[in-house]
Design a protein around this ligand. Structure first.
Ligand SMILES: *[C@@H]1O[C@H](CO)[C@@H](O)[C@H](O)[C@H]1NC(C)=O
Ligand SMILES: *[C@@H]1O[C@H](CO)[C@@H](O)[C@H](O)[C@H]1NC(C)=O
Length: 473
């Protein structure tokens, strides 16, 4: 290779190898088989639209002499692909092979000879043993979406049989000898352009990949590919960024994705691996957006609860509060003080959150008088599930640890507030978090994709979604 070209290649390497993916998507042989069915249906549709140009000419037939002939109005009436296969070509993409395909077409024939004699009729042509082999390359386009192109194609036509209707039988022999060939050549010439077209027609669908999926008014997820797809002998793997960002202002979190590899499972068509990095980038975004806080007043505590947010209730545990602020209601502010840390262990997603709880007495003129600030360390377990094209979750409290930050009401036993605070977390904070998590986060998707037979597993540092897919028109 010439030095100039080496330089070009070297220049490309940092761009394609720069970022580890936060999300990986693997298409298995089973997925490819489904793709083959869809692809063949599309090629079949294309074939039906094929236009065979009229064929006309003059042949010398003894003893009559010059015979002018024409074939017109040729239309495909049937197409069949009894045999086809799709194989992975490591490093490149896939190879689609169609063999023993057949096409039937119907048309009109017309002849003129001895200057004045005209004859006409119709014919049926069956072409058998069609073979098409095409190699399809898959790469990342400039927007980080997958794109396919046909990089090589070969087509041949086996035998043809023609049946004429009407006309004199000696004519049939005339046609059979050279018209078969003309028709076969005409068809063979059109097969590869048609297959290339069908392959290109996949791109508008692939372009629907949600490379920037909006989550809510704060966050969006970037699902663009960070490198070209990896094609091995058993699967195609797409490496997606899988990172949450603040809408509009993309700021990188202090953590970066660690390399992970998907297991070799292949029972499902598709596997998606979502890393702990993706989850932590979400925590970073919401923390930076300052939305991980909640004001709690008594009206959101269920009526059935014996514990009220009042100086009377709190006075049971901290008598000074009832004395200093008799007969007032209390308002709590629960907020994070740093980005929560999400970790994925086998069958266990844990969120570690560090925050504070500030309590205020609400004065009759609505002024808030601070009572105390507690430091709160919580650990929650998260169950994740897939609902439609979204990943949703629900958390439950593992443990909670309270220590005193500041007291404005003198010394007191923090431990005495454990039960009250635990109740507040379980009755108010966790349901709020769960309502948010239940809305779900969009998964990478193409077109009108539906997931079926979906399972989710939590593994070390990532979660694995195995699923089959269905495309609806
Ligand atoms: C998950 O892990 C956390 C922290 O390691 C632990 O406290 C919790 O009990 C675990 N939960 C389950 C269901 O194993
Ligand atoms: C509200 O009432 C409290 C307690 O009576 C008082 O200390 C405070 O100055 C009042 N604030 C205003 C703005 O009136």
């Amino acid at each position: 290779m010439y030095p100039c070209c080496w330089l070009v290649l070297v220049a490309l390497i940092p761009v394609t190898l720069g970022t580890n993916p936060g999300v990986k998507v693997k298409l298995t042989q089973k997925g490819l088989e489904y793709g083959r069915e869809l692809g063949l249906a599309s090629i079949q549709q294309e074939l039906k639209k094929i236009k065979i140009p009229d064929i006309s000419g003059t042949e010398h037939v003894s003893p009559i002499g010059k015979v002018q002939y024409s074939l017109s109005n040729m239309q495909i009436v049937n197409v069949g692909f009894p045999q086809s296969a799709v194989d992975l070509v490591p490093g490149t993409g896939v190879r689609l092979s169609i063999s023993n395909a057949f096409i039937s077409l119907h048309g009109d024939w017309r002849v003129k000879y001895l200057r004045i004699i005209k004859d006409s009729g119709s014919f049926d042509l069956n072409v058998n043993g069609l073979t098409i082999t095409t190699s399809i390359a898959i790469r990342s386009d400039e927007t980080g979406r997958p794109a396919v192109s046909s990089v090589s194609c070969a087509a041949s036509v086996g035998s043809a049989s023609i049946k004429f209707h009407g006309g004199a039988s000696w004519l049939y022999n005339l046609f059979r000898s050279f018209i078969d060939k003309a028709l076969r050549d005409s068809l063979a010439k059109q097969l590869c352009p048609l297959v290339n077209n069908a392959v290109s027609n996949l791109n508008p669908h692939l372009k629907t990949l949600n490379v920037l999926a909006q989550v809510d008014k704060y966050a969006e997820i970037e699902y663009s590919m960070v490198s070209s797809p990896t094609v091995s002998s058993s699967s195609i793997e797409l490496n997606l960024k899988g990172e949450f960002y603040n809408i509009g202002k993309h700021q990188e979190p202090p953590v970066s994705p660690t390399l992970f590899s998907l297991p070799s499972q292949n029972n499902n068509m598709l596997y998606m691996g979502l890393s702990a990095f993706t989850a932590n980038s979400a925590a970073f975004v919401y923390d930076k957006a300052e939305v991980l806080k909640l004001y709690i007043t008594d009206d959101i505590i269920p009526q059935s609860s014996p514990i009220r947010l009042s100086t009377k209730t709190f006075g049971i545990f901290i008598p000074q509060i009832a004395k200093l602020y008799p007969g007032l209601m209390i308002k709590l502010l629960v907020k994070t003080v740093k980005t929560p840390i999400i970790s994925f262990e086998p069958n266990n997603i844990t969120i570690q959150a560090t925050g504070t709880v500030t309590a205020y007495a609400i004065q009759p003129n609505t002024t808030l008088s601070p009572l105390f600030v507690l430091n709160l360390d919580t650990s929650v377990s998260t169950q994740m599930f897939v609902s439609e094209m979204r990943l949703a979750g629900a958390v439950s409290l593992n443990k909670m640890d309270l220590t005193l930050g500041t007291s404005y009401v003198g010394a007191f036993q923090v431990k005495s507030l454990d039960k009250v605070l635990q109740m507040v977390l379980e009755l108010v904070v966790i349901p709020k978090v769960n309502a948010q998590l239940a809305k779900g986060y969009p998964l990478p998707a193409i077109g009108k994709m539906k997931l079926v037979n979906t399972q989710l597993q939590v593994l070390k540092d990532y979660m694995l979604i195995g699923t089959d897919v269905q495309f609806t028109a």
